[in-house]
Design a protein around this ligand. Sequence first.
Ligand code: NDP
Length: 378
Amino acid sequence: MSISRREFNRNITRLGALGLAAELLPSLTSPLLAQPSSRKIGYAVIGLGRIADLHMQGIHLSPNAKITALVSGHRDKAEKYAAQYGVPTSSIYSYENMDALRNNPAVDAVYICLPNSMHAEYTIRAAKLGKHVFCEKPMATTVADAQAMIDACKAANVKLMIGYRCHYESTNLAAIKLIREGAIGQIQSIQSAFGFSCGADEWRLTKALGGHGPLFDVGIYCLNATRYLTGEEPASFSAYAYSNPNDPRFRDVEENLVWITKFPSGVVASCSTSYGSNMDGYYRVYGSKGWLQVDTAFSYEGLSLKAFYNRDGVTESERTVVLNQPNTEKIPQQFVNEANHFTQCILENKTPTAPGEEGLKDMTYMREIYRSAGITMA
Ligand code: NDP
């Protein structure tokens, strides 16, 4: 029986309208839907930059979560957000006095939205205060730091979740579902890229704060996607890096990195990342019965899925569907889903779908990729 175009579109539209996929991939995503709770989890957001702004909107819209404290080096900015989200000014902290969070019972957990090299220090600090930790990707800048973060959270008996927001994004989940259902047959190969031209004044270009270059920042999306699309762990890597020697932006970190991942089944993924050119994040997955492609696959919204495959002997025509429309609040739904998930894990004492161990895996794989490209990563 072949799936009709109308049925396909109806299913896909349903996914997009719900903005969730717990019903589709319970092992990967449950629970994205917030269960009603009499208690709200209170979050301290640490480092009030670009991603923190989106996370605060996500927490604010998550029914069982609220922002209860802010940690910032800029008091004026923190006061503005405090007024917006109803945080008492007595719950604004600096990096220096952040340890006073220990005595703030309104704070159950922290969201760490700092530059990469600060993730380990602040995760370990927060764990020692007895607070659960959500930490942005990349988890850390060294494999040893990532392991120390896991150890600190285990020792303090607090949860650690890494910010892999695509795990809660409906278009990516629809792509995984099609693959798992066998729509495109056995995966043969994957192509993926994600990059942008990085501004010269960005902390991302410094080893001290960024750690490494675009692989840490955006290439990690391609790496993680090839793992969730195949459901396999990489067997080996081969990689090449190139930086324009005349571009002063790339004195510290690499500009371009291209790598091939070989998976145990034989699937080969070729990926590119860059701080020198704009690459709309995408992936194309070739299978024995067809292919699928997600464009702007790692964006906050406006993602699209296109698939061409042969189901039950009938060739399905090509379709393009845009799944991840902004919700009525005009906030990318994936941030709300992500906040829902972490909040439910705390409320129900469950392990997040992307715990510290998931971040550690990518750290270890990135070290292998860098090693193959002749770049030393600790
Ligand atoms: P920003 O530069 O926009 O914000 C970082 C914030 O960290 C600053 O606003 C500042 O907050 C604080 N900070 C403390 N010390 C420093 C310092 N020495 N230099 C710069 N900032 C400092 O960064 P992003 O929000 O883009 O990135 C933060 C983290 O989030 C990174 O790890 C990045 O990889 C990740 N990220 C994740 C994304 C996702 O989609 N999941 C997207 C973008 C980033 P304050 O002024 O309050 O002290």
